[in-house]
Design a protein around this ligand. Structure first.
Ligand code: NAP
Length: 254
């Protein structure tokens, strides 16, 4: 089940956190993996080495996903190395806590461009390669704060808006690309222990507050998202399109 042997994946923002977890989980199931990063070159290289030690091929590729020319160069480099891209995981994301009165246009653009436009640019560049083989999987990382489920985050309106856009982008692309053999879905993580959510590991009160409300009594880890990505990337998920899988330890149910 969920054998990804012979598939090549590109995971954006895979130098750390959830992206790293996804990249390694895909490799464990047999995929070769291109590890995109923006500034953490050493960490990206460490992920490449970990994947190589599993017997899979891997390269690190630097690109700002918000920059069209850098995305195009990244996809070209991955295609040159592997000759294909079957699985795209749009994971790269950023946030900064700002209330509306503190939020500048620059803050808004940084978050929207990285989290939403980046997914559009990567899909646009990768899809022609998937069309060539008539098979593809695009997995967009959203959030439980994507809207419509009653979860919002304080001082993160731009982040919530970007993630709402990710869900809408996922549905729009799913209906357009499904007939071409390319399934597009999203994963909406709850609270996952990474640099982005460092308040969980740094503030015991935050951690205990979170644990009190979760059905699953532990904090989420990158591998929890990696497992969902493995499923969505697999042949077995061939009938899943335009869906959002919530991996949140039961947050929404509580
Ligand atoms: P993280 O630990 O801060 O890691 C972010 C990753 O994104 C890093 O690899 C970083 O690369 C990369 N990145 C940032 N800006 C980039 C850019 N412009 N171009 C390319 N890569 C860029 O964050 P995380 O928690 O793993 O989050 C990963 C995804 O999950 C994000 O989309 C986030 O919104 C989503 N998410 C996270 C949580 C959570 O609780 N952690 C919950 C819901 C959703 P460098 O290190 O090289 O800069």
């Amino acid at each position: 089940m969920f054998d990804l042997t012979g598939k090549t994946a590109l995971v954006t923002g895979a130098s750390r956190g959830i992206g790293r977890g996804i990249a390694i989980c895909l490799a464990k199931q047999g995929a070769d993996v291109a590890v995109n990063y923006h500034s953490s070159a050493e960490q990206a290289q460490a992920v490449v080495e970990e994947i190589s030690s599993l017997g899979r091929r891997s390269i690190a590729v630097k690109a700002d996903v918000a920059q069209k020319n850098q995305v195009e160069m990244m996809v070209e480099a991955v295609n040159k190395e592997f000759g294909r891209i079957d699985i795209l995981v749009n994971n790269a994301g950023v946030l900064n806590y700002k209330t509306l009165d503190q939020m500048t246009e620059k803050d808004w653009d940084w978050v929207i461009d990285t989290n939403l436009k980046g997914q559009f640019l990567c899909a646009k560049s990768v899809v022609p390669l998937m069309e060539r083989s008539g098979w593809g999987r695009i997995i967009n990382i959203a959030s439980i704060a994507s809207g419509g489920v009653g979860v919002g985050y304080q001082a993160l309106a731009h982040y919530c808006a970007s993630k709402g856009g990710v869900v809408a982008l996922t549905e729009g692309l799913a209906i357009e690309l499904g007939p071409k053999g390319i399934n597009v879905n999203a994963i909406a993580p709850g609270a996952i222990e990474t640099d982005m959510a460092k308040e969980i590991s740094e503030d015991e009160k935050v951690k205990q507050g979170l644990l009190a409300r979760l059905a699953v009594k532990r904090i989420g880890q990158p591998d929890d998202i990696g497992a969902a990505a493995v499923y969505l990337a697999s042949e077995e998920a061939g009938y899943v399109a335009g869906s959002v899988i919530y991996v949140d330890g039961g947050w929404l149910a509580s």
